[in-house]
Design a protein around this ligand. Structure first.
Ligand code: AKG
Ligand code: FE2
Length: 343
């Protein structure tokens, strides 16, 4: 794959992965490009990898939903009234299942190593800075900002790109290097395997929802459940990873730390029609006080489409927060409107 001398043969690698993809060996094609980019990051490989991850969904994601999902498990955190918390070394599919089913979310401390997280944070900075300099949202600045060209009858981007930019975000699919580094970091700690075990089948991310966030202290954030627009009858897990400390001087999340199996009343005064008012959220947070978790760099919060949350911000905050919100789904019940990327 890599040429015998020290100059990698990117053209050869791309050709070989195209041949594998044409033969239907999607995973091999993805693995080949991943290995090449791990050896040396390259914008053409990173761009092609995302195209392959999208195309692969139609080719390989024909899994059937596992019956009786989620597994019925006891509450592993019976005395917890806040967000259950574990060190990354204790993370396994059953702990996620139990925490989500009984508490709505799970805090995983130290999911990513701080040095690794800072490489992702640098990539986020480059992506935001590049996106800020271009005349239109579709102007590329590889490898940091490379708006994904979607040629598809089935899927289309709507206002997501401009919506993300207005809300202090860049779609991860438009930032190939940042997304590559993030997926690499999560794979290195086994999170891809954990997801397969959690869902019992193939996993795909959403290109519309997976977002790099550089959130300023003055940001707004309305209460919501993502199920209000993703749908409720799906199998999802969001991994929200903090890439800088947050929760005291920088915006975090506000979470209602309980399981809800329905959508609460919408129509808050905030921003979106699917927003939930403060009063409604407070009423759900009455028995289980609303939590604003304090994250260190590399900590991650796992939650799903039913968890009631918002950006956790107040006037005393002075610092910017870096994070990636990454929505993952069981392929068999993938929400139709979303744009799948195989992992
Ligand atoms: O990062 C934020 O402030 C909001 C994140 C969010 O709403 C989500 O991850 O679903
Ligand atoms: Fe959300």
């Amino acid at each position: 794959m890599i040429a015998g001398n020290s100059i990698p043969d990117f053209t050869g690698v791309l050709r070989q992965s195209d041949e594998l993809a044409a033969a239907g060996s999607w995973d091999d094609a993805i693995d080949l490009l991943t290995a090449s980019n791990r050896f040396e990051e390259n914008p053409d490989i990173e761009k092609r990898l995302l195209e392959l991850r999208y195309q692969a969904f139609a080719g390989i994601a024909n899994s059937a939903p596992v019956p009786d999902w989620p597994k019925s498990l006891p509450d592993y955190f019976p005395d917890e009234t806040s967000i259950p918390e574990i060190p990354a070394s204790e993370l396994c599919a059953d702990v996620v299942t139990s925490a989500i089913a009984h508490h709505g979310s799970l805090m995983v401390r130290g999911m990513l190593d701080r040095n690794v997280a800072s490489g992702i944070r640098d990539a986020i900075d480059h992506s935001f800075n590049s996106a800020a300099t271009v005349p239109t949202l579709r102007t590329p600045v590889p490898p940091w900002y490379q708006p994904f060209s979607l040629h598809s009858e089935h899927h289309k981007f709507g206002a997501e790109r401009s919506y993300a930019r207005r809300g202090g975000g860049v779609l991860a699919i438009d930032a190939p290097r940042a997304l590559f580094r993030h997926l690499e970091a999560l794979s290195a700690v086994g999170f891809d395997r954990l997801l397969q075990e959690y869902f019992g089948e193939r996993v795909a991310l959403s290109a519309k929802k997976t977002t790099l966030r550089r959130t300023e202290p003055g940001s707004l954030g309305g209460w919501h459940q993502d199920g209000s627009f993703l749908g409720t009858d799906i199998r999802s897990l969001n991994i929200w990873t903090a890439l800088s400390p947050c929760g005291v001087e920088a915006p975090s999340l506000d979470i209602v730390p309980r399981r809800l199996d329905y959508l609460v009343e919408m129509g808050g005064p905030d921003i979106f029609d699917w927003a939930v008012s403060n009063e409604t959220a407070q009423s759900y947070g009455a028995d289980y006080s609303i939590v604003r978790p304090v994250f260190e760099t590399g900590d991650a919060l796992l939650f799903d489409q039913m968890t009631l949350h918002r950006t956790g911000v107040d006037d005393s905050m002075t610092k910017t927060r870096y994070a990636i919100e990454m929505w993952c789904f069981a392929a068999s019940t993938y929400p139709q409107e979303q744009i799948p990327l195989c992992w």
